[in-house]
Design a protein around this ligand. Sequence first.
Ligand code: SF4
Ligand code: SF4
Length: 423
Amino acid sequence: MVALFISELHYIIPFYVNTSKISGLLLPLKQQINLLADQCVKCGMCLPGCPTYQLSHNENESPRGRIALMQGIVNDQLALSSRVIEHLDHCLGCLGCEKICPSDVQYQILIDAIREYTQTKQSPLTAKAQAGFISLFINPTIQNGLFALLRFYQFSGFQKLLRFSGILKLIGIDKQEQLLPKLQPQLTLQPRYSSTGDSLGTVALFIGCMGKHFEQSAIQASIQVLTRLGFDVEIPEQVCCGALHQHSGFHHQAETLAKTNMQFLQNNHYTAVLFTASGCGAQLQSSLKTSPLPITSLMDFILQQIKKTPVVFNAIEQHIALHQPCSLQNTLRQADAVTAMLTKIPGLKITELQSQCCGAAGKNMLTQADLAAQIRQPLLNQIPDSITGIVSSNIGCTIHISAGCHHKIPVIHPIELVAKSLQ
Ligand code: SF4
Ligand code: SF4
């Protein structure tokens, strides 16, 4: 009995930590971190799957090394120096480690918890300022204003002028500025779209806070495919998924956003809640564990539907490179659905890029642009010359990969190919 209990600890401890979070009976962070970190047996099997370790071959840049740093920090054996924080900040949250760890170490919970812990060690004013800055960035009014300015910046010729003048480099934002793809006009969405035939049900589409600015074509294609397959589509009132707050150590702010999104999930006339961006989907699934509705990736949902009601796909004679985001592969584990869907399209030649993080990692591509670009390079090296486009299911990855190709190769969401093929 005791042996059985010990052998099941790998499942029991994360379950306990998660349940204590959900029930509000939170363990102190130090105990949460120690409990989860003690699951690591320091075997090193995760090292080949860690992009930052592969780049640096520095143990402090590996999952095992970071777990040891976490243990040192919370047990007051290691000072919280800027160098230690940097090693933790470099973590991409890609979960390449969690996927291959034989001890089932819950690395995502650990890295989020240590970031929350380090936030509590900062001056409250600094932590408040950081959280406030992220909240400002996701505020819809501020966002709309900011993107209107960015469109003006691109269309007026200011972008060319500033790039040419060298000012951007002088003030140290040239690499961040180069990430900006050519912006399209902001999408105006109706709250509801009706199915083209008899309705099979209503689905809610989660587009997050950035979808309207960066994923206009993917959202339009999603509505087109879903209504064509017989679903009414609603775009409910929603706020940011909270991933930026969560992965920056601001758990409470992420929780507040989750509670707001929970309100539309209470609406039981939905068959499912679907998301286009896998990063938002991963955050929604983890923060809304008590959701009464299934929260699933758009491509997985469509794949299940066409298994029940087959449809005819028209040929698309193109060669594409397929990138599977870490959030889809390692967190949601629904990457296979994208491959399965795209292989149904006749004529489409697919080169699937090897499992490799693109380096975008939420805000890392902005705050650690050089490291993000180095992580991205092996992925770009795999892209064949003959391709006409790249496919990826996450906004951050799309932007970062597109910038890596100097925005010369279209990087699109897989749903856009499905929509084109069903036309
Ligand atoms: S594979 Fe798992 S147990 Fe082994 S060192 Fe990495 S995190 Fe620790
Ligand atoms: S989440 Fe990714 S970058 Fe971070 S330690 Fe794990 S494998 Fe390395």
